[in-house]
Design a binder for this molecule. Structure first.
Ligand code: GN1
Ligand code: MG
Length: 366
């Protein structure tokens, strides 16, 4: 704890660090909420960037600066939707004016401002929350849509490129022999049956149907800040994967996360299902902001995006279980297997409701 406080002091500058506690439920970075002796600004967020995942943390910080600057300019230059506020977290600097702090053991730390009067929720609460989560993604895409994607570095190569996750999966399978039980068998077969289709978004990208745009990369439910007074979405956090990609990765991720009422950490994987009512609310919120920049192909691939990103996350969890839990943080050895089962069940439910989901998309595109 003393060591952590000492790191926090680099960003607190002359203000005393009075409290520090673990914060949030991220699977990659370690996050802490720091309280300092400052009446107007008493908190900030301290994070250790996982450099096993983000091997070039300096690029992550550079992207974050470019992105934040763009957002602030854009917010100043246009009128916000009526009665709405949107907040972009600030990168805090150290005593030496750096955007990071490196410990003697090589660990890489950064700090960002805390958004007051707001919270994030791990599981979707109700239809209104769903609409707000969708709105947040739409607003985010709108605000970032005129940022030249070439200005952003690729901080995580292969992120959301499903065929590459499949390649890695086969590599892991060839060197690690899993103990086969009912669950593992279900997963192995699940992946086997969907391998060909898994290229769907990459093929659409290659053929020019879907363009590269700046994206968030990780717009799951608990990365949307909700104002505790108005219950409105007021920002998107976790900006490490802001980089060029397909908005479909984001749409799929937002929906696979928001339409799973049991949440991605449930142990009751056999009860997992995709809630189409929630899908309508999230898409409605999203399209209220995003209609302006989406074209016919974008709508055409929305169903595949939902199905694919749920499948892909299941594949990533399952592969990590097989590889010995080297990527995602786990609380017990079969944690990633349990998480994979949840995503595969969700994928199955999306597949079973294809017609309903497609008709929701058709109806909402207007
Ligand atoms: C990881 O660390 P966290 O929880 O924000 C992962 C996402 C997954 C998510 C699943 C860089 O995000 O892609 O969707 O877990 N981030 C990275 O909860 O791999
Ligand atoms: Mg993340």
């Amino acid at each position: 704890m003393d060591r952590l406080k000492n790191i926090a002091r680099q960003f607190a500058k002359s203000r005393e660090v009075t409290e520090l506690r673990a914060f949030g439920s991220g699977n990659i970075n370690d996050t802490f909420l720091v309280t300092i002796a400052d009446v107007t600004d008493p908190h900030f967020v301290l994070q250790r960037i996982n450099t096993h995942v983000f091997q070039q943390p300096a690029l992550v910080m550079r992207n974050m600066r470019i992105f934040t600057e763009h957002m602030h300019q854009k917010l100043q230059s246009e009128t916000a939707p009526a009665g709405r506020r949107w907040v972009v977290p600030r990168v805090l600097l150290t005593i030496e004016d750096r955007d990071h702090w490196i410990e003697p053991d090589g660990s890489y730390w950064r700090a960002i401002s805390f958004i007051d009067d707001s919270q994030t929720l791990d599981i979707i609460q109700d239809i209104q929350h769903g609409w707000e989560v969708g709105y947040a993604l739409g607003r985010f895409h709108h605000l970032i849509s005129d940022l030249d994607p070439d200005k952003l570095a690729d901080t995580l190569e292969g992120f959301h490129i499903t065929p590459q996750y499949l390649e890695y999966y086969h590599q892991v399978l060839s060197t690690h022999t899993p103990t086969v039980n009912r669950e593992v068998d279900y997963c192995l077969q699940f992946v086997r049956e969907r391998q060909e289709w898994a290229r769907v978004l990459e093929d659409a990208k290659t053929s020019g149907k879907l363009p590269l745009r700046p994206i968030h990369g990780d717009p799951k439910v608990n990365n949307v800040m909700i104002c505790t007074t108005t219950q409105q979405a007021i920002g998107a956090i976790d900006l490490d994967t802001v980089k060029p990609g397909l908005v479909h990765y984001d749409i799929g991720d937002c929906l696979r996360s928001g339409c799973n009422p049991l949440g991605e950490e449930t142990k009751e994987w056999e009860r997992v299902h995709f809630d189409t009512q929630m899908c309508r609310a999230i898409l409605d919120g999203y399209l209220s902001q995003a209609r302006g920049f989406l074209g016919a192909h974008d709508y055409e691939y929305m169903f595949d995006a939902m199905r694919l990103i749920a499948f892909e996350l299941g594949l990533r969890f399952f592969t990590d279980y097989l590889a010995g839990n080297v990527y995602f943080k786990v609380k017990y050895p079969t944690h990633n297997l349990d998480r994979a089962l949840v995503q595969f069940k969700l994928t199955e439910s999306i597949e079973a409701q294809e017609l309903v989901i497609r008709s929701i998309i058709e109806e909402l595109r207007g």
